[in-house]
Design a protein around this ligand. Structure first.
Ligand code: 0R9
Length: 643
């Protein structure tokens, strides 16, 4: 494990602003007060343990969700310093928990934080936003403890026992008057802890959920292979071109760790991290990596006659087809840019990463000619497909330039041209499409019926997508192009709503459409324009009573209970179970599924690209067994198909 020496000297702790500011504007400090913000509280604390691990003093972290959503995090590091802090005249530990921006990272100069959460604000913010926090420190032969409520010190740090061990344990309950929920999501946290363990080679992270004594969940992560294990994990359901991931590690001024492995898939999955933060928008490290790949593979192809003199160079996208890679670097003073502040801006990093990958990858290819050959064969065929795709795209472009107003024949467009208020329903089946056309509000609702067998884009290259008769109407209707050409500012509808039956076939159509949007119109999902309609599953009716629609089995039980309370017996009701959208007449479809005042739409969000890629590989790939396991485990997900 890499050692990062940095002393949190007392002088480095600055007193800046009070915790009241945090309680007044929690979103500014923790991102949001939704379940996402709640999880960030945990990451802030765990990040401190990871910093201690990166400093070379902590080897194990124990995280437990105790009954009542009490979160407990313990590390076996040096323990937070307990001595009196010369500036604040209280213990350093209490200072870290009560003074915003204490903890060293805003201290400038030599103090820097390697790991970091979304806002990197640390322990004091967690304290400010908790009902209570208990901190126990083992250090200097003693056990010390302090206790806070809503950020205020209730019990100052005091010695409560003797110990020859060292470490820090923090327990807290999030403030229920600030957060929308106190309920931690085990799987979301588990995914993040697994990722943290991949990123910190050799660090052991144990995680346990004790909330339900009858169903205690446990996981433990420790990866001696670091990023190599990460890439193996990401590719576990994919077919790989070579057995072992290519692994590069260098601990210079900017420590760089990279693992990469080529698969037979057509998509490109490169995940980048700076100081353990997922740099979703990429940046200079990604740029350096990509440049090196293009150069090294072209050089190799030329010198080994895999590209002839007359052949054009391979382009970046050709040599990245099918790649799964993780790039993780550590930067002392990272500059984050971009919309979500997850794009690395430090210009010196490009050259550092590029020259490192140049050296290591060319050596690897020379030493492993069979691997080089299979990657380059794939790249050459990707280049050919790119050329075919370009021709197909030109054809589509030329056609649409000639027929500028030609929208798909089946599209029943809306009259408004204001994209913000317009929505398009992509409807499975002609009969449902017919009902939707009649039932809609034609001022702002457009209907595009889909028919026949939809192309599985997971198994097709781009050249097969352009001009595909099932997908083309969707591309033209959305109006913003696809792939590299996709331009979110050109979308014709603010809401693209997939409306399919609530059965297995409907789920399949939804998955196919979502896979297409994810692979070829990803900004549409990232921008929050993709929705799933929720048609009802049941209709309850009785003479003299207004019809009641239920959207889930739980909703049906609730409706029965409410009606029984009002004296309406279950056996006096007529229950209709909808098998498909086609069973509803236009008025019913409007009332239940399309009327903006009454309908429920599920917005498709993409919190985690890694998870989404895994899902689509599984749902649309060749492997039957993992797909069956996934569907069994995520029956609810498959019903909603949210990613
Ligand atoms: C369970 C959660 N763990 C922590 O929050 C945690 C913080 C922390 C820490 C140090 C060691 N372990 C920790 N765990 C530490 C100790 C020393 C120097 N730097 C860091 C040392 O012994 O000299 N600290 C993080 C910030 C601080 N300590 C400080 F600002 F108080 F120094």
């Amino acid at each position: 494990m890499e050692k990062y020496e940095h002393k949190y000297g007392a002088e480095q702790i600055q007193v800046l602003e009070g915790l009241e500011a945090v309680r007044k504007r929690p979103g500014m400090y923790i991102g949001s007060t939704s379940v996402r913000g709640l999880h960030h509280m945990v990451y802030e604390i765990v990040d401190n343990c990871v910093d201690e691990a990166l400093a070379g003093y902590c080897t194990e972290i124990n995280i437990v969700i105790e009954p009542g959503n009490v979160m407990s995090v313990e590390d076996n590091g040096r323990g937070i310093p307990v001595e009196i802090h010369p500036k604040t005249k209280i213990s350093t530990a209490e200072t870290v928990y009560t003074v915003l921006h204490a903890g060293g990272k805003f201290g400038g100069d030599s103090g820097y934080k390697v790991s970091g959460g979304l806002h990197g604000v640390g322990a004091s913010v967690v304290n400010a936003l908790s009902n209570w926090v208990e901190v126990t420190i083992q250090r200097d032969g003693g056990i010390y403890q302090m206790y806070f409520e809503k950020g205020k010190t209730v019990k100052k740090l005091e010695k409560i026992g003797e110990s020859n061990k060292t470490g820090t344990k923090v327990r807290f309950v999030a403030d229920d008057t600030i957060f929308e929920t106190q309920e931690f999501d085990y799987e979301v946290l588990e995914t993040r802890f697994r990722e943290m363990a991949f990123l910190t080679k050799g660090l052991k992270i144990n995680f346990e959920d004790q909330r339900d004594p009858e169903n205690i969940k446990k996981s433990s992560f420790c990866f001696e292979g670091g990023l190599k294990s990460f890439v193996e994990f990401l590719n576990k359901n994919k077919e790989c071109l070579h057995k072992e991931p290519i692994y590069i590690e260098k601990n210079g001024e900017v420590p760089v760790e990279i693992a990469m492995q080529y698969t037979t898939s057509y998509s490109e999955n490169i995940y980048t991290f700076v100081n353990n933060i997922n740099t979703i928008e990429g940046g200079t490290h990604l740029e350096g990596f990509k440049r090196a790949l293009t150069k090294v593979f072209n050089d190799y192809a030329r010198t080994h006659n895999l590209l002839k003199e007359k052949d054009a160079n391979l382009q970046g996208e050709d040599v990245r087809e099918g790649i799964t890679a993780v790039v993780s670097i550590k930067v002392k003073e990272p500059q984050f840019e971009g919309q979500t502040k997850t794009k690395l801006g430090n210009s010196e990093v490009t050259g550092i990463v590029q020259s490192m990958v140049n050296d290591a990858l060319s050596t690897f290819l020379e030493e492993n000619p069979n691997v080089a050959k299979s990657i380059l064969e794939k790249s050459v065929s990707a280049a050919r497909a790119r050329e075919a795709a370009r021709k197909a795209r030109e054809l589509v472009r030329r056609k649409s330039a000639l027929e500028t107003t030609t929208l798909p024949g089946k599209l029943a467009d809306c009259s408004s041209k204001n994209a913000e208020e317009c929505e398009v329903y992509i409807v499975e089946g002609d009969s449902a499409g017919g009902s939707a056309k009649q039932g809609r509000d034609r001022r702002f609702q457009a209907i595009l019926p889909l028919w026949g067998k939809m192309l599985n884009v997971e198994k097709a290259r781009a050249d097969k997508i352009y001009g595909n008769d099932k997908l083309n109407p969707v591309i033209v209707a959305v109006g913003a192009g696809i792939g590299k050409d996709f331009d979110i500012t050109k979308i014709r509808y603010g809401k693209v709503i997939i409306m399919a039956d609530a059965d297995v076939d409907g789920a399949h159509i939804r998955t196919l459409m979502l896979t297409f949007f994810f692979r070829y119109m990803r900004p549409l999902i990232e921008n929050g324009n993709v929705y799933l309609a929720q048609p009802p599953l049941y209709k309850l009716s009785k003479k003299g009573m207004e019809d009641i629609y239920c959207y889930t089995d739980e909703g049906l039980d609730k409706a029965f209970a409410e009606l029984e309370e009002k004296g309406v017996a279950r056996d006096t009701l007529s229950i209709q179970r909808y098998k498909g959208l086609g069973e509803m007449n236009p008025e019913q479809l409007w009332e239940t599924t399309m009327n903006p005042e009454k309908r429920t739409l599920i917005q498709v969000t993409m919190d985690d690209a890694i998870k989404a890629d895994e899902t689509f590989t599984l749902l649309m790939g060749d492997d039957v067994d993992p797909r069956r396991q996934f569907i069994e485990k995520n029956a609810k997900f498959v019903k909603n198909l949210d990613i």
